[in-house]
Design a protein. Structure first.
Length: 287
């Protein structure tokens, strides 16, 4: 009997000694196991001004900016009223243009409502040239409004980019341009539409032997006319570490032309429809 008692005590002591060493390890998870999710897109609004008419009409205008996505959308919601009416008696239609400045320098601009590339976090002075009309009709006001908006969402990392091997076209000659289109993100897939367009009135002609590219077809069927000043390329094999190369011949005369580029790309999220993006590429100018 004494021997059994001694063994029992020994087992209990071993269990007590091991237990404190294992407990602190149980709730600890690796720091890399759950990355922080990106911030949710959000819209910030601020009062921007009151437009008044000669006969007592009034429109109270706000300016709103969205952040947390690759684009910065700006709108100008308003409440309208006629003489002796409450502010919410009429629906308002707002249109116009807007400019967002940071540190006195224009960061992005566009139409109302509309969007541009999100410049990143910071305090923006947003000015809008606004026209406000009411429904039912009776109010039509125009003026300039202003608001200061502080956006905090970080700028989303770029997923795609476009490079070109030269910045100028030679006047009265043909210039070869080599474009490289990159997909730098693991998100999305290899599909993209790469577009080039010159100035129609200049007579510029864009051509390539790349089978992925065509001059866009215009006119009603059975018309076969194509825009010689534009190219449309369907890319399907963009991968991180594997850019696409498109070689273009730009022929210009004495009038010359700039050539702008853009890329439309998919960012599939199941069967959601509006998950793509549009990227502005480099502009090639006249030498």
């Amino acid at each position: 009997m004494p021997t059994r008692a001694t063994k029992t005590k020994l087992k209990l002591l071993i269990g007590a000694a091991v237990l404190p060493l294992t407990l602190p390890l149980m709730p600890v998870s690796p720091a890399w196991s759950s990355p922080s999710p990106p911030p949710e897109p959000a819209t910030l609004c601020a009062p921007a001004g009151i437009l008044r008419g000669a006969n007592g009409q009034r429109a109270v205008v706000s300016l709103c900016a969205g952040s947390g996505t690759p684009t910065m959308g700006v709108s100008a919601p308003a409440t309208c009223s006629g003489p002796g009416e409450d502010d919410d008696d009429r629906a308002c239609l707002t249109s116009g243009t807007w400019t967002a400045r940071k540190g006195g320098v224009t960061a992005v601009s566009g139409k109302l409502p509309g969007s541009g590339e999100y410049p990143g976090p910071g305090t923006y002075d947003v000015t809008a040239d606004v026209r406000v009309k009411s429904s039912p009709a009776g109010l039509d006001l125009h003026g300039t409004v202003h608001a200061t908006l502080t956006l905090t969402a970080p700028k989303p990392p770029a997923t795609h980019r476009i490079e070109v091997d030269r910045a100028t076209l030679q006047r009265g000659a043909a210039t070869t341009l080599t474009y490289r289109i990159f997909r730098d993100s693991e998100q999305g897939d290899g599909s993209a539409r790469f577009g080039l367009i010159g100035e129609e009135s200049s007579g510029v002609r864009l051509s390539t032997s790349d089978a992925r590219c065509v001059n866009p077809l215009t006119g009603r069927y059975p018309a076969t006319t194509r825009n010689a000043y534009a190219l449309d390329c369907a890319l399907t094999d963009l991968q991180p570490g594997h850019p696409a190369t498109v070689v273009v011949r730009a022929s210009v005369g004495a009038a010359c032309s700039t050539v702008v580029s853009k890329l439309g790309y998919w960012m599939p999220q199941g069967q959601a429809l509006y998950t793509g993006g549009m990227l502005a590429g480099p502009t090639v100018r006249c030498g």
